[in-house]
Design a binder for this molecule. Structure first.
Ligand SMILES: Cc1cc2nc3c(=O)[nH]c(=O)nc-3n(C[C@H](O)[C@H](O)[C@H](O)COP(=O)(O)OP(=O)(O)OC[C@H]3O[C@@H](n4cnc5c(N)ncnc54)[C@H](O)[C@@H]3O)c2cc1C
Length: 411
């Protein structure tokens, strides 16, 4: 406490999403006793986004079910949660954040967990009623209101979010078209083998997929969407979901003079160039020792791991070495899980049968296992995570042989 009774400046976390909330609670778990302020622009307390593109938009579950912790848990943990409150700048010289209405709050340590926003398309008609994005609870509630059987849904973008919604929509009787600008689906994140697998899965389920599709704009009548204009064709539509990735929320950091390049640049400990400012989660482009490069990752496991790492450091405790990134996606009856980062030149080895919808794909670099993608192989995936973390050397033929148990390769 100060002599005037005010609390000493502690940790201020800007961004009350998955990473920010986790950082707050992890600080308490690590024994940190100072003040913690968690500041979020959204009016909801921190919540999990993955269900938004899965069951949530097709069901009637309450948004409260998505909360990472009940609101009372913040009070109990002595974390001051500011909702509906945006930070508009950082005054590094004075160690203060400045709220949109001009209020100031001092910090000893600042954690930037500002995440990302849904990217929109600057195309004619993108402001028509019926054109949606999907990042927040409010976006999902808006989409859910129209998510009904027989509606014609056009999804712009064949990434994970778009494809998860496509799967859900088919399961609920909507007519679905996916328009992807690249020559294959999921082009940024998986190899052509897996892109091909997912094209077949979706086409078999009745999704129209157009690759190399150039969307020119959205057509409407009386302010309401009626069609999507693509390559000279007007595709009739009641609903559009624009799923073309995220825009990184790194402008606060940039305006404060921190290094920003594909996200807020940090070292392996998530420290920015300012020793009192960390960046974690979707907004951070961090040095990844296992990949020997800076990478920005958009995943819940990454947000949680970085939050816990930083909390340990701030509490003066040793922080664990970072593990290879992993991710999951649910589409139809398929649980996809992936760990590690592969490149175009890595050797690809398949274990199992793609047609049976249960298989693993291993990626080897100079004989070392560096990444694995698993579809409906949950138990084996847990073993694979350990093998990738250890970068074990394994013979490709042995990996492909289903008669050999994966756990036999663990040290
Ligand atoms: C529909 C959808 C499905 C997903 N599915 C999966 C999945 O299956 N598996 C998986 O691993 N990942 C998934 N993800 C990704 C995952 O949700 C994100 O990686 C994760 O939410 C990142 O957490 P974050 O805290 O870094 O960012 P966010 O969750 O984006 O939170 C950042 C918060 O900071 C706030 N903020 C930004 N700027 C300010 C400011 N200046 N002042 C105050 N507040 C601010 C934002 O409003 C936001 O609430 C999905 C994402 C979406 C959108």
């Amino acid at each position: 406490m100060n002599t005037d009774g005010a609390r000493e400046p502690g940790v201020v976390i800007v961004g009350a999403g998955q990473a920010g909330a986790e950082a707050g609670f992890a600080l308490r778990s690590a024994g940190y006793t100072g003040a913690i302020d968690l500041i979020g622009r959204e009016t909801w307390p921190p919540y999990r986004r993955p269900p938004l593109s899965k069951q949530f938009i097709a069901g009637d579950g309450a948004p409260e079910q998505l909360l990472i912790k009940p609101a009372a848990a913040y009070h109990k943990a002595d974390i001051t949660l500011h909702t509906g409150d945006g930070v508009s700048s950082i005054d590094r010289a004075r160690h203060e954040v400045v709220f949109a209405d001009g209020r100031r709050l001092r910090y000893r340590t600042l954690i930037l967990a500002t995440g990302a926003e849904a990217r929109r398309l600057p195309l004619p008609g993108s402001d028509l009623a019926g054109v949606h994005v999907l990042r927040s609870i409010d976006d999902a509630l808006a989409l859910r209101r129209h998510f009904r059987s027989e509606q014609r849904l056009v999804i712009v973008g064949g990434g994970f979010v778009g494809l998860e919604v496509a799967a859900l929509a088919r399961q609920h009787g909507l007519q679905v078209t996916v328009l992807e600008a690249a020559p294959r689906l999921l082009a940024r994140v998986v190899t052509p083998l897996l892109s091909g697998f997912y094209v077949d899965v979706h086409r078999d389920a009745g999704v129209r997929i157009e690759l190399g599709a150039e969307v020119r704009g959205f057509v409407g009548a009386a302010g309401q969407l009626t069609a999507v204009e693509c390559a000279g064709e007007q595709i009739a539509a009641d609903l559009v979901l624009i799923g073309v990735g995220a825009r990184i929320a790194d402008e606060l950091a940039a305006a404060a003079g921190l290094e920003v390049e594909h996200g807020v640049r940090t070292d392996a400990d998530c420290r920015t160039g300012d020793p009192d400012i960390y960046a974690i989660g979707d907004c951070a482009c961090s040095w990844r020792p296992y990949a020997e490069q800076h990478l920005r990752l958009e995943s819940v496991p990454n947000a949680i791991e970085q939050a816990r790492h930083v909390a340990q450091l701030i509490a003066g405790k040793p922080a664990p070495a970072s593990a290879p990134p992993w991710f999951w996606s649910d589409q139809y009856d398929l649980k996809l899980q992936m760990v590690g980062i592969s490149g175009a030149d890595d050797q690809e080895v398949v274990r199992g049968d793609l047609a049976a919808r249960s298989f693993m794909v291993f990626y080897l670099r100079a004989g070392r296992l560096i990444a694995v993608v698993a579809v409906n192989r949950v138990a084996e995936f847990n073993v694979a995570k350990k093998l990738v973390a250890d970068q074990v050397t394994i013979d490709a033929c042995v990996l492909a042989d289903e008669a050999r148990a994966l756990k036999d390769f663990c040290s």
